[in-house]
Design a protein around this ligand. Structure first.
Ligand code: ING
Ligand code: ZN
Length: 308
C-alpha cells in the first residue's frame, strides 16, 4: 500500500495508484469519507470514487454534488485535477473550502473509464474510448456517445473502427456507462452533476445536440459565469470562453452523460468543464495550477448556486 506521501500533483499516475489514493484518503479521513463503487469496467475494474459527507445537523440529507471525471481516457488532466480537488476538500483549512466540504454530499469519481485510462497510460497515449471487445481488429466505444439520450445522432460514428466517436453497438452497450448510470439513478437529492474533460477551456450546459435553451438556461449561465470568474482569479491568464451549449460553442454531439442526466433525472445544475491543455498535454509540473482553478470554479459554482 502506498502512503499518502507517495501521491502528488507533479506527475500523472496510472489507475491503480489513483485508486490507491482514494483508498488511503478514505482510511485517513474515515469519519467523513468512504470509498464507493460507481460501476464496473469491461476488464473487471471497479469504478471507484469517494463519498465525502461530513456529519450534519441531525440527519437531514444534504444536496448531492456528483463529479464525473476521466470518461475520455487521454484527457489525463481531468483525473489529476479531480484527485487534487478531493485532497483540497479533505485537507484544506481555508474556511471557504471547509464550508464547501460540509455543505454537500459529494460523490466524486476521478476515472470513470479506468480500462481506457490504463490503456492510454501504458499503450496508446491518445486512446479516448473504452476497450470493450479488446482483441478484435477494432475495439472500444466512445463512452461520451453511449448514453441513452438521442443516442447515435450527432458527432457519433457507427463504425467500430472509428478512433474517436464510435457510439457503441447500441445505447448503453458499454458496461461503464450502463452501471454508472444506474448508480446515478439511485441517488436521491442530486443537485449538481459535473463532468470534466479537456482541452477546450470551455464550460458547457445541456443540451449538447440542440441549440434550444432549457428552462433554467439563464440560471445555468449565470452560475457558470461566476464559476469561471472564480477560476480566473487563480492565475489571471487566459479566460475560458463564455458558457453555452456544445451545439452553439463547440459542436453538436449526442449520447453524452450530462444530457442523459439532465433529461432522465431533471437535475437542476448540469455542466461539462473542458479544462485547459493542448493536444491532451498539460505539463505535470503545473497540474496544481489547474487543480487550484478547478477548486475555485467549483467553489464559485456552489456559491452562486446558493443564491438561486
Ligand atoms: N469534448 C466533449 C465530447 O465528448 C461534449 C464535448 C461534452 C460533447 C458533453 C457532448 C456532451 O466530445 C471532449 N473534449 O471530449
Ligand atoms: Zn472528452
Amino acid at each position: 500500500r502506498r502512503s499518502k506521501r507517495d501521491f502528488s500533483w507533479t506527475a500523472y499516475y496510472d489507475i491503480d495508484d489513483i485508486n490507491g489514493f482514494l483508498k488511503n484518503m478514505s482510511e485517513m479521513y474515515s469519519k467523513w469519507s468512504e470509498l464507493i463503487v460507481g460501476g464496473q469496467s469491461y476488464q473487471g475494474r471497479s469504478i471507484l470514487g469517494l463519498r465525502i459527507n461530513t456529519p450534519g445537523l441531525k440527519d437531514s440529507p444534504k444536496p448531492v454534488v456528483f463529479i464525473e471525471s476521466g470518461i475520455h481516457a487521454r484527457e489525463w488532466i481531468a483525473p489529476a485535477t479531480t484527485t487534487y480537488f478531493i485532497n483540497e476538500l479533505l485537507t484544506s483549512n481555508d474556511p471557504n473550502i471547509t464550508a464547501l466540504r460540509d455543505q454537500f454530499d459529494w460523490r466524486i469519481f476521478p476515472s470513470v473509464n479506468p480500462d481506457g485510462y490504463h490503456y492510454s497510460y501504458t499503450v496508446d497515449r491518445f486512446w479516448r474510448k473504452t476497450v470493450s471487445g479488446f482483441g478484435s481488429r477494432c475495439f472500444g466505444a466512445d463512452p461520451n456517445r453511449n448514453w441513452k439520450y438521442n443516442w447515435g445522432q450527432h458527432s457519433s460514428s457507427h463504425n467500430p473502427c472509428d478512433y474517436q466517436t464510435y457510439a457503441g453497438s447500441q445505447q448503453f452497450s458499454e458496461i461503464e456507462t450502463r452501471t454508472l448510470s444506474s448508480y446515478i439513478e439511485s441517488i436521491n437529492n442530486l443537485l449538481a452533476y459535473i463532468s470534466f474533460h479537456s482541452n477546450a477551456a470551455m464550460l458547457l450546459v445541456p443540451y449538447s445536440d440542440s441549440t434550444e435553451h432549457i428552462d433554467n438556461y439563464d440560471d445555468l449561465i449565470q452560475v457558470g459565469k461566476t464559476s469561471l470568474d472564480y477560476g480566473y482569479e487563480v492565475n489571471k491568464k487566459e479566460r475560458y470562453s463564455d458558457p453555452g451549449t456544445a451545439a452553439e460553442i463547440l459542436y453538436k454531439a449526442s449520447g453524452g452523460s450530462m444530457d442523459w442526466v439532465r433529461y432522465t433525472l431533471a437535475t437542476p445544475l448540469v455542466y461539462t468543464y473542458e479544462l485547459r491543455g493542448n493536444s491532451f498535454h498539460w505539463p505535470p509540473s503545473r497540474i496544481y495550477e489547474q487543480g487550484d482553478e478547478v477548486t475555485q470554479m467549483i467553489l464559485g459554482l456552489a456559491t452562486e448556486a446558493q443564491k438561486l
